[in-house]
Design a protein around this ligand. Structure first.
Ligand code: G6P
Length: 608
């Protein structure tokens, strides 16, 4: 949600900032802007729409200056417009600030500032920051920002430049990610490493309530209370080409195709076939308590929540742990009362989702232990949990999550196998699980080989305005995830239902214009699913079935069949989700949607 990128160095700032913004566009894309400083002179440009609009505006302009700040916005306060785009400035145009997050006491501060003569030009909460920093400036930009941090409530990742502090960028964070990049010819800061990996893979994570003064050759970090902080530089494993399309028309398709490799990366070095067990170094700090744990709560949002829902069934099958799954934004408002030794497992690709962060903070207050399953190394959730497991999936750029879902299912299975082997799971069952996991990448490739067939099905049905997705047990969360994918990127209305619930309402919707996608692999729910499919058939609803290879019975009922290879019941979801992703992708493509940047959505939702 919104992206920040900053540079101070020897090279011209404009192309570096624009390049960084493009890498961040997936985080927010309703307007963008940048400010470049050259001595006491600051050039600021903004545009509504995608980064390309800003680029068109400034492409032919010679903008001198080797330091600057840039922002891509996802509107919260004030509609997307040039006035509301960042950077925001004070009325004397001394200070230019970009900001992710929400200043909660902005209204009170704004009234106070107005009373003392400030005039505001935008509807944003960010403008308050510009006015405050300008007033607090007394020769040191760093001190002005520090003072401002004590005056504002809410969340921020911010970056600021001042006319009288050339060659300096000050960044600060409270609740919104900010990472500093240490380069050879200059230094960077961004809300996401994707903006910097082209220039450096050496980063420093800023913690909440810290600020940093960044110059061409120096980074100095301190707390809001002016205590100096020394923090080691970390290396990020992402490569610049991870964030490129490499010949694919969209990141979403590229990421769908990366899934065999993503599954492999989630398992790399973690399988021990002879013992029928997994090795997960990241949870060793809490292993003694974890192996005794009998109650877990998975908290997550969006696609990560659906992975958690599949995970619950996997844990039920492989362990003796009772698992609840909670949507993070609801969880924190529950009356929380955990049995002793309860582990909360936060599942999050970005590791920055505000609702998930808030949920784990609340759980910690109530005495629960915290684990994270996170993709972004060093992200807030990874740092606020006691231990965890990284996905090692590289960046996911498409707003609609795909490869991370499969990766999360693999990790949840690895964790369940590890814990299960200390509980009820036999060696034979452990070995069976590890074998099936190692075959998963090949099976995923087999599903992907049906791309053309799935595209043809999408072409036949993309004009239908309403879709129903049905599944049972392991496949019920896949029905939810499939419906979410279709809505997110094609804007077609879709519902995911547990098939047994259909007779209690959704069956009233069935008609020849409403396709039902039935997720019906040959698992323990197969016969029950077949009866539900019959019910759709007898009401003349078109049926697209996702079924196991060689299933003849389903061909008599379904109008279309997409096959997945056979595997263990609890690993089917990692396969059946792939045709659903491709169906959504091709429907969106036939409808000419902006697949990687669907309207109103953002990749990482850092506001509640
Ligand atoms: C946003 C994204 C979804 C994602 C969800 C949770 O809504 O658009 O694709 O599943 O956030 O994100 P997380 O990073 O916590 O997994």
């Amino acid at each position: 949600m919104c992206g920040i990128v900053c540079y101070v160095g020897k090279q011209k700032a404009k192309p570096i900032l624009l390049e960084g913004l493009k890498r961040l566009e997936y985080r927010g894309y309703d307007s963008a802007g940048l400010a470049v400083q050259n001595g006491p002179h600051i050039d600021c440009f903004k545009a509504v729409g995608k980064i390309i609009e800003l680029e068109k505006k400034i492409n032919d302009l010679e903008i001198e200056g080797a330091s600057g700040i840039a922002h891509t916005r996802w509107a919260t306060h004030g509609e997307p417009s040039e006035i509301n785009a960042h950077p925001q400035t004070d009325q004397e145009e001394n200070v230019f600030v970009i900001h992710n997050g929400i200043i909660e006491n902005f209204y009170i501060l704004k009234r106070k500032l107005e009373k003392s003569g400030a005039t505001f030009s935008s509807e944003t909460d960010t403008e308050v920051l510009a006015h405050l920093i300008a007033r607090n400036f007394d020769g040191s930009l760093q001190e002005a920002v520090r003072k401002t941090m004590t005056q504002v409530e809410g969340t921020f990742g911010l970056a600021v430049i001042h006319r009288e502090a050339p060659g300096e960028v000050v960044v600060a964070r409270r609740g919104s990610p900010l990472i500093i990049g240490v380069g050879k010819d200059g230094n960077f800061a961004a809300s996401d490493v994707a903006a910097m990996v082209r220039y450096t893979n050496e980063v420093i994570h800023l913690n909440d309530n810290e600020l940093a003064l960044i110059t061409e050759d120096q980074v100095s970090i301190s707390t809001a209370q002016a205590k100096a902080v020394t923090r080691a530089i970390e290396k990020v494993e992402w490569q610049p080409e991870d964030a490129e399309l490499n010949g694919f028309p969209h990141f979403m398709l590229k990421e769908i195709y990366e899934q065999p490799e993503t599954a492999r990366n989630a398992m790399r070095g973690r399988l021990e076939l002879s013992e029928g067990v997994s090795k997960l170094g990241g949870i060793m700090p809490v292993w003694d308590q974890l192996k005794e744990c009998r109650h877990m709560v998975f908290v997550a949002c969006g696609t990560s929540y659906h992975a958690g829902c599949v995970g619950r069934y996997i844990f039920e099958r492989l362990t003796e742990i009772d698992v609840e799954v909670e949507i993070a934004s609801e969880f924190r408002y529950r009356k929380l009362n955990f049995p002793p030794n309860t582990f909360i497992v936060a599942i999050s690709q970005s590791g920055e989702t505000a609702d998930t962060l808030a949920a784990i903070r609340e759980a910690r207050r109530k005495g629960a232990r915290l684990l994270g399953i996170v993709n972004v190394v060093g992200s807030s959730i990874s740092r606020e949990t006691e231990a965890g497991i990284y996905n090692h999936a590289g960046p996911e750029i498409g707003v609609a999550s795909t490869k991370i879902f499969v990766s999360q299912l693999v990790i949840l299975t690895l964790l369940a196998v590890l814990l299960g082997r200390h509980q009820k799971l036999s060696l034979t069952e452990g070995v069976e699980a590890i074998k099936a996991l190692s075959n998963l990448p090949d099976l995923l490739r087999r599903v992907l080989s049906q791309d053309n067939h799935i595209q043809a099905i999408a072409e036949k049905y993309y004009c239908c305005n309403n879709w129903l997705f049905l599944g049972r047990k392991y496949e019920y969360p896949i029905a939810l995830e499939a419906a979410l994918k279709l809505k997110e990127i094609s804007y077609i209305h879709a519902e995911g239902y547990p098939a047994g619930e259909m007779k209690h309402g959704p069956i009233a919707l069935i008609n020849p214009d409403m396709p039902t996608v039935a997720i019906v692999p040959q698992d323990s729910m197969y016969e029950k699913m077949m009866s539900n499919i019959q019910e759709v058939k007898s009401r003349r609803g078109p049926i697209i079935a996702i079924a196991t290879e060689g299933d003849r019975k389903i061909r008599e009922l379904a109008d279309e069949v997409i096959e997945v290879p056979p595997t263990l019941e609890y690993l089917y979801p990692a396969l059946t989700v792939v045709p659903c992703q491709l169906l959504a992708y091709y429907c969106a493509r036939f409808l000419n949607r902006d697949i990687d940047k669907p309207r109103n959505l953002a990749k990482s939702v850092t506001v509640e």
